[in-house]
Design a protein around this ligand. Structure first.
Ligand code: UD1
Length: 443
């Protein structure tokens, strides 16, 4: 395979030196209007970067989002010997990751516990080196989020797994072997971790009840470009035939469907007019018709979607979060913010995570009428929200509070700015360019 055409890669990444402290301040009541290019998907970028561990040759990823999670993962990768170089031009961030000098060494435990997705280094390192030791993952405080499916899959592929106070050690000194693995539920992370591991295993691995999220497909397409053999991409049965080594590749990171949905809610709640480019609205799957029913008018533009509020206004809808192609749990909080200002009532049922309603008390402080019973939240729209001091508990909760803040009377101050930095590429700057009165304050 031809070497990727990389020019002018250098070590720059000013976006990760931004101190993630302080708050976001929004003066509500402004319409959002203009054009925004949707960034590369966080949930695609992270596993794609980890795929570089599998090869001795460079992996070049274009359209990476400038987010803290990308920067933290780059630090973790550098710590284990993956070389990382960046090229920033205009709005485009390209990363070049090369695992030639991969060592078994020091996985930064502090960084790993900050980000759950970093647990995917386990599958890739195990495949390449036959052994990996790392702490159990952290991440957003949105539920227990165990990794038992990942570990059971590694065991089925012939690895031994030992847990101790420091974390987990997974070893397959004679290499991994293909296996039939049936996931108890279609976990995104387990599907990705096992797919990464299976690319270099002996024989065929079948992952049954695999996650079908578009980001899983994006990882599979990149691995295929690196020389992996994977069938069934986009379906719930992935068949991976191991190969001896993976090659260099170039890949463009898929657009972020969650950012797309977030900005759609922001446009509709402000009665704005946003054109969102570079993302296929079909990626929204069930969220597309749900948003339409809630009064978000979206018209395809060829390269994206133009979003306004429907002439009938916003209406309450019922939403149940489900694995793809169901309504994404990562859009649940933003949809709830929208429903706070809709006509009538709606119910949101969260089926994926057991404690993902941390935005509810914050929205209530802004005047929202929400009642939570177990995994169900009933939202009755109110004529107005009012700005106040609130706190973002996770990435999507932060986005929901910003959406509410855009429509609220007065000033909303959102603490927990690091959550915006983790998941959204320059949230403040890009929305300010579309007319939002939004700024970042220190301390
Ligand atoms: C990924 C996304 C996250 C999204 C989630 C669900 C990334 C980096 N993150 O997270 O933004 O909210 O998918 O769409 O892609 N589970 C187990 N055992 C396991 C693995 C998962 O019980 O071994 C459970 C989890 O606790 C959770 C559910 O399965 O209740 C879904 O988790 P999973 O699909 O694995 O989510 P993540 O990959 O962590």
């Amino acid at each position: 395979m031809a070497s990727p055409n990389v020019v002018r890669l250098r070590r720059v990444a000013p976006w990760w030196s931004v101190p993630s402290q302080g708050a976001i301040v929004i003066d509500g009541g402004r319409r959002l209007a203009g054009t925004l290019a949707i960034a590369g998907a966080k949930n695609a970028a992270l596993p794609l970067m980890i795929a570089s561990i599998l090869s001795e040759r460079p992996l070049v990823l274009r359209n990476l989002p400038r987010i803290l999670d990308v920067a933290v993962l780059a630090n973790i990768l550098e710590g284990i010997g993956v070389s990382v170089e960046w090229d920033e031009r205009g709005d485009t961030l390209t990363g070049r990751f090369c695992g030639r000098r991969l060592g078994s060494g020091a996985i930064d435990g502090v960084l790993v516990t900050r980000m759950r997705a970093s647990f995917l280094v386990a599958g890739a390192m195990l495949a390449r080196l036959g052994r990996v030791a790392l702490p159990l993952p952290g991440g957003d405080a949105i539920g227990l989020r165990p990794v038992d499916f990942h570990l059971a899959g590694f065991r089925a592929m012939g690895a031994t797994v030992s847990l101790d106070a420091g974390g987990v050690t997974i070893a397959a000194p004679r290499g991994l072997r293909g296996a039939r693995i049936v996931l108890p539920s279609p976990s995104v992370g387990a599907t990705e971790n096992l797919m990464l591991a299976a690319t270099l295993a002996r024989g065929e691995t079948a992952i049954v009840n695999a996650a079908r999220e578009p980001e899983v497909g994006d990882l599979a397409r990149c691995l295929v470009a690196m020389g992996a053999q994977i069938d069934g991409v986009g379906t719930d049965v992935l068949r991976i035939t191991g190969v001896a080594a993976l090659d260099a590749a170039n890949h463009v990171v898929l657009a972020d469907r969650i950012e797309l949905g977030t900005f759609m809610c922001a446009a509709a709640i402000t009665d704005g007019d946003l054109t969102l480019t570079g993302a296929d609205p079909a990626l929204l799957a069930a969220a597309g018709p749900a948003f339409a029913a809630a009064g978000i008018a979206a018209t395809g533009t060829g390269d994206g979607v133009r979003v306004r509020r429907a002439s009938g206004g916003l209406r309450g809808i019922d939403v149940v979060t489900q694995p793809f192609p169901g309504f994404a749990t990562d859009l649940q909080a933003q949809a709830m913010a929208l429903l706070c200002r809709a006509e009538g009532a709606g119910v949101i049922t969260e089926t994926l995570f057991e404690s993902r309603f941390r935005h509810v008390p914050e929205l209530q402080r802004m005047g929202a009428n929400i009642r939570v019973v177990g995994r169900n939240a009933m939202i009755r729209g109110v004529p107005a929200l009012h700005g106040t001091a609130v706190e973002a508990g996770d990435v999507r909760a932060g986005a929901a509070l910003a959406i509410a803040g855009f429509s609220a009377a007065g000033t909303t101050t959102i603490a927990g700015v690091e959550h915006f930095d983790r998941g959204y590429d320059r949230f403040v700057e890009r929305l300010a360019r579309c007319g939002a009165a939004i700024r970042r304050v220190a301390g």
